[in-house]
Design a protein around this ligand. Structure first.
Ligand code: ATP
Ligand code: MG
Length: 139
C-alpha cells in the first residue's frame, strides 16, 4: 500500500466554514479514494507531536495553536503516486500562490489557514496515517 496513500487533514477554518463536504467532494472527483475518515480535535500535545518536524521553525507554536483551535477532519486517501498527486491537487502552501482550481485556491484563506494538509513523503504518509488511525480503521 505504501506509495499509494497519503494523509490529509481538513484544517479548523475549513471545518468551521462548513467546507468538509465541498473538500471531500473535490478529493473524490480528483480520483482520491477515502480509506479512513474521522472528525477529531487535536490536543496541544498531539498537535506538537504531529508537527514535531517543524519544532525549530518560528511559526511552530502558532501552527500548534491554530491546529488545536477547533475540530479537524483526518483522512487516508488512496491513489497512484498519492503523495505527489495530492500535493499537486491541493496547490502551494500559500493559497495566494496556489494554482487555480486547487483545494487551497478554492478554500484556503491564508498561509496558515490553508484549508488542508497533505503528507510530504511516502514515509510520512505511513507515519501520519498511523498517527490518526489504527490498522482496523483503514479500509
Ligand atoms: P502541510 O504540511 O499543512 O500540508 P505544507 O507541506 O505545504 O503544508 P509546511 O512547510 O509543511 O507546508 O508547513 C506546515 C504548515 O505550517 C503550512 O500548511 C502552513 O499552515 C504553516 N506554515 C508554513 N509556513 C509558514 C509561515 N512562514 N508562517 C506561518 N505558517 C506557516
Ligand atoms: Mg508539510
Amino acid at each position: 500500500m505504501a506509495g499509494n496513500i497519503t494523509l490529509t487533514m481538513i484544517k479548523p477554518e475549513a471545518v468551521a466554514e462548513g467546507n468538509i463536504g465541498g473538500i471531500l467532494e473535490m478529493m473524490n472527483k480528483g480520483g482520491f479514494k477515502i480509506k479512513a475518515l474521522k472528525l477529531l480535535q487535536l490536543s496541544e500535545e498531539r498537535a506538537k507531536a504531529f508537527y514535531e518536524v517543524h519544532a525549530e521553525r518560528p511559526f511552530y507554536q502558532d501552527l500548534v495553536n491554530y491546529m488545536t483551535s477547533g475540530p479537524i477532519v483526518a483522512a487516508v486517501l488512496e491513489k497512484e503516486n498519492a503523495v505527489q498527486a495530492f500535493r499537486d491537487f491541493i496547490g502551494a502552501t500559500n493559497p495566494t500562490e496556489a494554482a487555480e482550481g486547487t483545494i487551497r485556491a478554492v478554500y484556503g484563506r491564508s498561509l496558515e489557514s490553508n484549508a488542508v494538509h497533505g503528507s510530504d513523503s511516502d514515509e510520512n504518509a505511513v507515519i501520519e496515517s498511523a498517527f490518526h488511525f489504527s490498522a482496523e480503521e483503514i479500509l
